[in-house]
Design a protein around this ligand. Structure first.
Ligand SMILES: [Fe+2]
Ligand SMILES: [Fe+2]
Length: 257
């Protein structure tokens, strides 16, 4: 597969400028804009260790995403698209700080889940160079973070966590909009074959990650079936997002170079 180094697609500067302006206006402080006087409040059926383990994965995901965005900076010339990326780095760093503060109140950060670690590492070594990495993080990893946040909000109705998640989700919606705009343009430069390979790689990465998570899950019976259903629901979610940027068997192949 040819490896497009330059992420040059920036044919709609006004739309990037609009997103960058929204990002500038939407900056907030993890220290000052969250009411840290409230302690975390967990339901009776969730232990502090279980909550810590789950929320720590959001923290590790934020750190990994901010690191990935930094690696892309060299491929973005100065301009509004680069500003969007710079604001995203500031956002992800702030999200990690907010989750870290919450976790400290829950007695500390737990280790990264081995399946998440494996998936993040694999996602940063995909085909199509930085473009493939950007698709993996902006569509699959960020999409997954939003799904986990949503599930956690239902399992852990903690007002402090809800306040953090609400602010984080607003920023993430901008990242999704940026990723969609940018990637839709950039992927047009890939041949149909290269796009097909990229889609196959993403699907394989997703399948291997979920198979590992289910097979090594300590739960059994109903819990394992629920985990499998939750995970497999994720792919149809990502598939729809990939279709919107021109990837997948039923995407708009007419735009292929
Ligand atoms: Fe984030
Ligand atoms: Fe994000």
């Amino acid at each position: 597969m040819t490896e497009p180094r330059g992420l040059q697609a920036q044919g709609q500067p006004a739309r990037y400028a609009d997103l960058a302006a929204k990002a500038r206006a939407g900056q907030w402080s993890a220290a000052d804009d969250i009411d840290w006087r409230r302690p975390p409040r967990l339901p009776l059926w969730v232990t502090g260790d279980q909550a810590r383990a789950a929320i720590s994965q959001l923290y590790h995901g934020e750190i990994a995403t901010s690191r990935m965005c930094r690696t892309l900076l060299d491929d973005f010339p100065p301009g509004p698209a680069r500003q969007c990326l710079e604001f995203q780095i500031a956002d992800e760093t702030r999200h990690a700080e907010a989750y870290e503060r919450y976790l400290v109140a829950l007695s500390g950060i737990a280790a990264m889940d081995q399946h998440l670690a494996w998936a993040l590492e694999a996602a940063s070594r995909g085909p199509a160079g930085p473009l493939g990495t950007m698709v993996a993080f902006h569509v699959v990893v960020e999409g997954e973070v939003l799904r986990v946040q949503d599930s956690l909000a239902r399992l852990l109705p903690c007002p402090l966590l809800r306040q953090i998640n609400r602010r984080v989700a607003r920023d993430e919606a901008r990242h999704v909009a940026f990723g969609r705009l940018y990637l839709t343009e950039a992927l047009v430069d890939l041949s149909a074959e290269a796009r097909c390979q990229l889609y196959g790689w993403l699907h394989g990465l997703w399948r291997r990650t979920t198979e590992r998570a289910v097979s090594e899950s300590v739960s059994s019976g109903t819990a394992r079936r629920l985990l499998r259903a939750w995970l497999s629901g994720g792919w149809s979610h990502h598939q729809a997002a990939l279709r919107q940027i021109g990837l997948g068997p039923d995407a708009d192949w007419g735009r292929a170079a």
